[in-house]
Design a binder for this molecule. Structure first.
Ligand SMILES: NC(=O)c1ccc[n+]([C@@H]2O[C@H](COP(=O)([O-])OP(=O)(O)OC[C@H]3O[C@@H](n4cnc5c(N)ncnc54)[C@H](OP(=O)(O)O)[C@@H]3O)[C@@H](O)[C@H]2O)c1
Length: 355
């Protein structure tokens, strides 16, 4: 055990240890770039809160950060945009939480000069350097904290915020999802996909889940997918046609990007929506523009959401309608393994780290 581990063992209100352990990156790269090392414990500014992290979600942006693409995050970087934990120290102007509160975080920070809620800096991704949740303590603005629902464990609470707010905006705010809509969901067993199935059920829409294995699809069915398609063993277009006929689906929940965008456009009904929040497989695809103007398909971009959108979604979690999908819990000191699981599409639901 290092000195830092000994010293950080017992955090007390307002008297935090000088150093903590964190998953840190000093240069972009592969798994070797992720260091578990001793760093200074953050100190709060007037509106900041220091939270003792009890559990932290891992998201695909940890993979982007580690690779240094599509953007180079500020170095040194502490990974992690989601957490659940206990407030341990507050800045002089903090009124919204108090020491001892159990909280989780919203990772969106409105960018300077952007229209409200339209553009975001992502805390723990491009907000750094040295700001993230894969650490024993995290510093964040008071406006970014919500109460942790009492019906969730630390791991469950930490698995939700980033994916849930993203999906809420993507399907509800941007997608305008309605009862009866057929919604085609790529990566349906992944972090955002597993939430998308459940948001469809909230709105009595009809989720069609796509994944690459029967094991993943079994989980999608448990979450409420009405139809499932194995993209490795079945003909996607044929299967979708069997479900909706030649009409096409109302909404496509798109995020793999380059590899899937043309199928998404083709499988959408005339005037339907392809709402896209990512480009896991690549971001330089060419698209057939005829689908956009001739069939009047709407291609809509979506990123994160506001703290109010997260609050709306969390009501469904508190009511037990949307459930967390924790797949693996990994010690934070092995954070590189969490990022590998995501990078290799092994996750069924969410990967969570515990310090
Ligand atoms: N803009 C935002 O605010 C925002 C927020 C959250 C996430 N994202 C982005 O959304 C993407 C997914 O995030 P996540 O957390 O859900 O990741 P994840 O848990 O790793 O799930 C991604 C899923 O995508 C599917 N996939 C990967 N490559 C594919 C391909 N070539 N063709 C079809 N499907 C493919 C895989 O499913 P199968 O192999 O089972 O089909 C995989 O399980 C990432 O690019 C992430 O950066 C964006």
């Amino acid at each position: 055990m290092t000195q830092a581990q000994t010293r950080t063992g017992a955090a007390t209100n307002g008297r935090l240890p000088e150093t903590m352990m964190a998953a840190v990156m000093e240069a972009y790269g592969g798994a070797e770039a992720v260091l578990w090392k001793e760093v200074p414990t953050p100190k709060p500014g007037p509106n900041d809160v220091i939270v003792e992290v009890k559990a932290a979600g891992s998201n695909y942006n940890d993979v982007w950060a580690r690779r240094g693409t599509p953007l180079q995050v500020a170095l040194p970087h502490i990974f992690g945009s989601d957490f659940a934990g206990i407030v341990r120290e507050i800045g002089s102007a903090v009124k919204k939480v108090k020491v001892g509160d159990e909280v989780l975080n919203h990772c969106g920070i409105p960018a300077m000069g952007s229209p409200e809620g339209q553009e975001h800096i992502i805390w723990g991704f491009d907000s750094g350097p040295m700001e993230g949740s894969h650490a024993q303590f995290a510093k964040i603005h008071q406006d970014n904290l919500l109460p942790k629902p009492k019906n969730l464990s630390w791991e469950e609470a930490a698995s939700l915020p980033l994916v849930l707010v993203t999906v809420w905006r993507q399907l509800v705010t941007k997608g305008g999802i309605r009862p009866g809509d057929f919604v085609l969901i790529w990566g349906a067993a992944g972090g955002i996909g597993s939430m998308a199935i459940q948001v469809c059920k909230v709105f009595r829409a009809r989720p069609i889940a796509i994944a690459s294995s029967d094991e993943k699809l079994a989980m999608c069915k448990e979450l409420g997918a009405e139809f499932v398609i194995n993209r490795k063993t079945q003909d996607l277009h044929e299967e979708v046609r069997k479900i909706v006929g030649r009409r096409g689906v109302d909404i496509v929940f798109e995020h793999p990007g380059q590899a899937t965008i043309n199928s998404s456009l083709r499988l959408t009904k005339w005037g339907g929506k392809v709402v896209i929040s990512g480009a896991t497989s690549g971001y330089e695809g060419t698209i057939d523009l005829r689908h956009i103007f001739f069939r009047q398909v709407q291609l809509i971009g979506s990123t994160l959401g506001t703290v109010d959108e997260l609050r709306q979604a969390m009501k469904m979690v508190e009511a037990g309608v949307i459930k967390p999908t924790v797949h693996k819990v990994i010690p934070m000191s092995k954070a590189a393994e969490a990022y590998r699981v995501l990078e290799e599409d092994e996750a069924i639901g969410k990967v969570v780290l515990v310090p």
